[in-house]
Design a protein around this ligand. Structure first.
Ligand SMILES: Cc1ncc(COP(=O)(O)O)c(C=O)c1O
Length: 303
């Protein structure tokens, strides 16, 4: 399942881009696979290949009730014949939501824990207890972000793609920062801007630098974060983001989600409007998928 087809890129229309004479291209990772789409495909690839070659029968990971990562892991595990266990933050009632119902249909075992327990998700003793309870699964951290994921994400930008588009700036949404760490490694020195979708995300400077260092050895300086693109915080809705997503869908016929790509592109367009990018700039943004999560929200934004 990890054969990569050619990635598609399209040019985006927006009146602010036209006014400022800035060109924006969108890399459509959302089209990589029907289910294991976006950055998930890249982040899971080496994790699951490792789990299989190391002889694990099962893989365990963590996520919220609408997690794109959990959804993608369940489907990839099903396709590859690996058992999957999802450790889910929240109440068992969530098991019937569309994301987790799919996961259960693909054979994932769900284990619900409280928010307080979930905070221990990287704690050694907590992980040892999970290993014991679920018969020694391979454990992937929340959001999939470990060295395998970073290696996979470092393959998102091929030299040919960077040659064809010749961007001055690469932009993507950040959650745990694993995808950005990989993109920095694969960016051939082109500046990378990450837009965290959580509030107070300056801790990501350290997390991303650590992940880059683990995989590449040293940490280059051609990247930064814009901490103003969270629009209220993780998964918080705002009319401004909802309106932008609808408008973007109408003008470009591309669906965005309200957690990651909608916020990232809105913030990017605002940066262009502020005049941060000189006329003639070429920007490459990543559509990292996540559209399944739209089923969890009841509004006109849903696809
Ligand atoms: C659609 C989408 N975009 C971006 C991200 C952020 O990726 P990362 O956690 O690697 O920063 C995620 C995270 O899960 C995601 O689901």
């Amino acid at each position: 399942m990890f054969e990569l087809k050619e990635l598609s890129v399209c040019q985006i229309y927006h009146k602010v881009l036209a006014r400022q004479k800035v060109e924006l291209f969108l890399l459509r990772l959302d089209l990589t696979d029907g289910v294991v789409s976006g950055n998930k495909w890249f982040k899971l690839k080496y994790n699951l290949q490792y789990a299989i070659t190391a002889g694990y029968n099962s893989v365990l990971s963590f996520g919220g009730a609408y997690s794109n990562h959990i959804h993608a892991l369940a489907k990839a595990g099903y396709d590859l014949g690996l058992e999957t266990i999802g450790v889910i933050r929240g109440e068992p009632e969530y098991a019937t939501n569309p994301t987790l119902a799919d996961a259960v249909n693909w054979g994932m075992k769900l284990h619900f824990i409280t928010r307080r327990e979930y905070r221990q998700k990287a704690d050694k003793a907590f992980l040892a207890a999970l290993r014991h309870r679920f018969n020694n699964p391979f454990i992937i951290p929340e959001g999939g972000s470990n060295q395998f994921a970073v290696k996979g994400a470092s393959e998102i930008l091929s030299p040919k793609l960077l040659d064809d588009i010749a961007p001055d700036q690469i932009v993507l949404a950040c959650g745990t920062g694993g995808t950005m760490a990989g993109v920095i490694i694969g960016s051939q020195g082109i500046n990378v801007l990450g837009i965290p979708v959580l509030k107070k995300a300056d801790f990501l400077y350290d997390d991303i630098a650590d992940l880059v260092a683990q995989v590449a050895g040293d940490v280059p300086g051609h990247w930064m974060l814009d901490l103003e693109g969270h629009y209220g915080g993780y998964a918080k809705r705002s009319q401004e983001v909802d309106d932008f997503i609808l408008d973007f869908q109408k003008s470009n016929n591309i669906q965005l989600d309200h957690i990651y790509t909608g916020k990232m592109l809105l913030r990017l367009i605002q940066r262009v409007a502020m005049g941060i990018y000189p006329a003639g700039s070429r920007i490459l943004a990543l559509h990292t998928g996540g559209l399944q999560g739209l089923r969890g929200i009841s509004s006109e934004v849903g696809a």
